[in-house]
Design a protein around this ligand. Structure first.
Ligand code: GLN
Length: 533
């Protein structure tokens, strides 16, 4: 029978529930169990695809084309499993499905209510994840903090699951904060006590507490928490601040967190195979070189907007024993005529232009791309970054001065980037981009082929616009190589400039497939080239 772990949060948000859930999942997987992960978000948006990245952070895309919360990126990076559309459930998804069923007449005769209709729908999403994944253990993280108005129906559904499945099949983890008060110099437990009280008022008694604190908690504090919160002392786990998030699974392993869960589930505690992760930590803690990479974007004030790109750069750095310092550059600032690009990029050994939407800041990105191209600085363009690399090349090398994308200039005379025919009739904005895995065929003898060492690859997409094949010939004549093509739809997937030290860009998002122990080939070679003198 599938076992279910739930992770809730208390006191404040931002305690790292996602990392806690992923770390535990990694440990359970390392003991031979098949795990699957899922996140519940309370907002009414059906998915985060239509939200501003400055508010919400990156939109992570699964292989089957679901636009999801960035925590799914952590999950995939930690457990190295591809998740899917059953992994991110929002209130919007739950409500639309209940309303659709009501209109169809599925509840004929009934008054449709929060309990049981909404809560049943939520429970079904948990059970569906268990059945479709075939996992031994499903770990579900509940977004927000307990007590939020929006979370009530989710918590109520979990209470029902606890009642239906019993404590041998469910495990509740509550993550909280233990603040340290300077002056009296003590750790305070009251916020945790109150937050556990809130949870218990809703009928859930947590099985474990994960307490975020600046340093390990004392025995006395654990005794106090155990007494006031009715949680076994051994089940109170320290989550101390760390420099590197990949350290957290090891910290939990040392506190036997996974063993505690398995014991409650009455599952055998098989031998853990985590040597590979310990080796990773060893590497990360002993990086002996460092380089700066410039990341040019328009959402740079919130680093979480580019979290998978930043992680992918770091992963590639680990392979070369190199710490990557990201030079976050606001593309709009580059547009100012007084900006001295030489000064901005003086320490940057590589330039990356990631994805984005809309016209704000694009001219600044184009300037950065031109600078990388003309100064032989390794360049990696992703999605919008590829589209702008093509526009820059068309304008400045092929002399098509008004080359642009119809995304920024609907009437432009030379739409080097344009809508695909099947996108022209799309009316809804949500969920209608070209999303998820598409095949790409690589051309032998190119940089892309050298990176991947195979001719067919599958990569994840999230875009509406495409390279316009009408301009392929003229760009080719001027030296651009189209090294990756989606043959089914004849779409350009990768471009490169062979005369340059390292200039490559993809229409897809390689950052979604990088893992700390397995850097993505495009990031790997980009960092390798950036390190090379
Ligand atoms: N805005 C561009 C498009 O829709 C690029 C999208 C992206 O970078 N993710 O095609």
């Amino acid at each position: 029978m599938t076992k279910y772990v739930f992770v809730t949060g208390g006191v404040v948000s931002g305690l790292g529930k996602g990392i806690t859930a992923s770390s535990l999942a990694l440990l359970l997987k390392s003991r031979g169990y098949k795990v699957f992960m899922q996140k519940f978000d309370h907002y009414i948006n059906v998915d985060p695809g239509t939200m501003n990245p400055i508010q919400h952070g990156e939109v992570f895309v699964t292989y089957d084309g679901c636009e999801t919360d960035l925590d799914l990126g952590h999950y995939e990076r930690f457990i190295d499993e591809e998740l899917n559309y059953t992994s991110n459930i929002t209130s919007g998804k739950i409500y639309s499905s209940v309303i659709e069923k009501e209109r169809k007449g599925d509840y004929l005769g009934a008054t449709v209510q929060m309990v049981p209709h909404i809560t049943n729908e939520i429970k079904n999403k948990v059970y569906e994840a268990g059945i479709s994944s075939g996992a031994d253990i499903v770990i579900t993280e509940i977004g927000g903090t307990v007590g939020d108005i929006e979370s009530q129906s989710f918590i109520e559904a979990l209470r029902q699951i606890q009642y239906e499945k019993g404590s041998e099949n469910t495990f509740f983890i509550h993550t909280t904060l233990l603040p340290f008060i300077y002056g009296s110099d003590e750790i305070k437990t009251k916020p945790t006590q109150n937050s556990v009280k809130d949870l218990r008022n809703m009928g859930i008694r947590p099985d474990a507490l994960v307490c975020r604190a600046p340093f390990p908690t004392s025995d006395a504090i654990k005794n106090k928490l155990a007494l006031f919160c009715s949680v076994d002392k051994e089940n109170i786990i320290d989550s101390i601040d760390v420099k590197n998030i990949y350290q957290i699974p090891i910290n939990y392993y040392n506190q036997k967190f996974d063993e505690i869960v398995l014991k409650q589930f009455k599952l055998p505690v098989k031998k853990a195979d985590i040597k590979y992760w310990e080796n990773l930590i060893e590497t990360v803690d002993n990086l002996n070189k460092e380089i700066e990479i410039a990341l040019v974007g328009k959402y740079v004030e919130l680093h979480d907007a580019y979290i998978s790109v930043a992680e992918s750069l770091r992963h590639a750095g680990y392979k070369y024993n190199t710490k990557i310092n990201i030079n976050w550059i606001d593309s709009e600032k580059l547009e100012n005529h007084n900006t001295n690009l030489k000064e901005v990029f003086k320490n940057s050994k590589g330039i990356i232009v990631p994805g984005g939407f809309g016209s704000r800041g694009i001219e600044g990105k184009i300037k950065a791309i031109k600078y990388a191209r003309e100064n032989n600085i390794p360049f990696l363009g992703i999605c919008l970054g590829m589209q702008l690399a093509v526009i820059e090349f068309a304008r400045n090398v092929c002399h098509i001065e008004d080359a642009s994308s119809t995304e920024f200039d609907a009437m432009c005379k030379n739409p080097i980037i344009d809508l695909m025919a099947d996108q022209k009739s799309v009316i809804n904005m949500g969920g209608t981009l070209r999303l998820g895995n598409y095949e790409c065929t690589l051309k032998k003898g190119t940089l892309a082929y050298k990176d991947y060492k195979q001719d067919k690859i599958l990569e994840r997409h999230r875009h509406r616009y495409e390279f316009n094949n009408h301009y392929k010939e003229i760009l080719k004549q001027n030296g651009m190589v189209f090294s990756g093509i989606n043959e089914q739809a004849n779409l350009v997937e990768i471009i490169e400039l062979p005369k340059h030290k390292h200039f490559i860009a993809s229409q897809f998002h390689p950052e979604f497939k990088s893992r700390p122990t397995k850097p993505h080939p495009l990031f790997d070679s980009f960092i390798e080239a950036s390190i090379k003198k």
